[in-house]
Design a protein around this ligand. Structure first.
Ligand code: NAD
Ligand code: DAU
Length: 349
């Protein structure tokens, strides 16, 4: 089987690529990535020379490029993760999110439909989405697969739009699709603009840790390898046309989470308990900041047998250890040197 994974140089995509390359040696895995600021091929050094792995540098918005790679490689399936993913950036530059998340997705759908027309049923377009499409919860309740869409940031509006387009290609053209909507991921290789890796980096360097508003917003955190395992299960066993919610059953108020992180890091760095909590700095709130996300994953758990493999305390501890050990990765990302990796390692191959 030939699988095109888009966005495989990013945070979640790199874990999905690694899992598929290692677990399924008979599959050919193609990683299509534009290498935006969020794409980092150093996330994949351990699999880059494997025979069942190929990197394709390109833009999902570029119709000619996407047509060419479908013609050349004759993919059986697509797992689509490429996206602009950061809410704060979407508030500053919404159009980039429309381009990649909406137009890029429609471009992939159109090309897949065209190339798979003669035997659609033997193919699959699996779209990776977010719980943010469902909007914001109050104190109670959980997002289910039936929760009406109510996106409220430019990022979530672009992801909701892409979900609608994927379902439209299923209903209108019969393209076999699956969609999953996941809660907040954390773990190794997370770009340090997002809350947890940003806080780890700042605590390590004794810099202020910015907490938006009063730190009362709630997120449901899932270890990234558990998301990759869920994607594997849904890809192989999920029902065509269906949606699956993925979450950690693990709600944390931002401030509580940052305090836990400070305490874990004080212990690991041999600092006096309470030391790093002094770095917490309340800053201006995010515009339109969604109060609470929480996922009901019972469909995925009951029908497909998936469940998270680590508790939050374990996952967070492993994540902190990874950042403390992989200082070169973090330094290359924060200095911008990671952007040279493609030129240095790939252009003379
Ligand atoms: P990320 O920002 O770390 O990675 C995105 C990847 O897509 C990068 O490698 C980037 O270079 C690539 N990319 C961006 N625009 C592209 C384009 N036009 N053409 C080709 N490649 C392009 O994102 P992530 O956090 O790994 O998220 C991956 C997917 O999972 C996204 O679709 C996101 O919406 C979804 N998701 C993320 C989370 C989360 O907590 N991070 C949770 C649920 C769903
Ligand atoms: O819910 C899934 C989504 O989770 C994904 O679809 C997105 O791609 C991913 O980026 C993430 O979105 P969030 O906006 O929830 O993640 P972020 O890490 O940016 O913020 C987490 C919470 O922490 C949120 O309430 C905002 C807050 N925050 C964030 C940053 C960067 C802070 O308080 N301080 C910060 O510096």
């Amino acid at each position: 089987m030939k699988i095109l994974i888009t966005g495989g140089a990013g945070f979640i995509g790199s874990h999905v690529v690694r899992l598929f390359v290692n677990k399924y040696p008979s599959y050919q895995i193609y990683n299509l990535d534009k290498l935006t600021y969020a794409g980092n091929l150093a996330n994949l050094t351990d699999v880059e020379d494997r025979e069942n792995y190929t990197f394709l540098k390109g833009d999902i918005v570029d119709a000619v490029f996407v047509e060419d790679i479908f013609s050349e490689h004759k993919f059986d399936a697509v797992i689509h993760l490429a996206a602009e993913s950061h809410v704060d950036r979407s508030i500053a530059d919404p159009l980039a999110f429309v381009q990649t998340n909406v137009i890029g997705t429609v471009n992939l759908l159109n090309t897949a439909k065209k190339h798979w027309a003669e035997n659609l049923q033997n193919h699959l377009f699996y779209h990776i989405s977010t719980d943010e499409v469902y909007g914001s919860l109050g104190e109670d309740g959980l997002f289910t697969e039936e929760t009406p869409y109510d996106p409220r940031s430019p990022y979530s509006a672009s992801k909701a739009s892409s979900d609608h387009f994927v379902r439209a290609w299923f209903h209108t053209y019969g393209l076999p699709i699956k969609i999953s909507n996941c809660s907040n991921n954390y773990g190794p290789n997370h770009f340090p603009e997002k809350l947890i890796p940003l806080a780890i980096n700042n605590i390590k360097n004794e810099r202020p840790v910015p907490v938006y508003g009063k730190g009362e917003n709630v997120r449901d955190w899932l270890y990234v390898l558990d998301h990759a395992r869920a994607i594997d299960v849904i890809f192989h066993k999920g029902k065509v046309g269906d949606t699956y919610n993925i979450g950690g059953v693990n709600e944390w108020k931002n401030l509580d989470l940052i305090e836990l992180l400070c305490d874990q890091m004080d212990q690991k760095l041999g600092r006096e308990q309470g030391h790093s909590r002094n770095l917490i700095t309340f800053v201006k709130d995010r515009a339109g900041h969604d109060l609470r996300y929480a996922i009901d994953s019972s469909k995925l758990m009951d029908e497909l047998g998936w469940k998270p493999s680590v508790t939050f305390e374990e996952g967070l501890s492993k994540t902190v250890d990874w950042y403390l050990e992989n200082t070169e990765w973090l330094e290359n990302v924060t200095s911008g040197h990671y952007r040279d990796y493609y030129e240095e390692q790939y252009t003379n191959r």
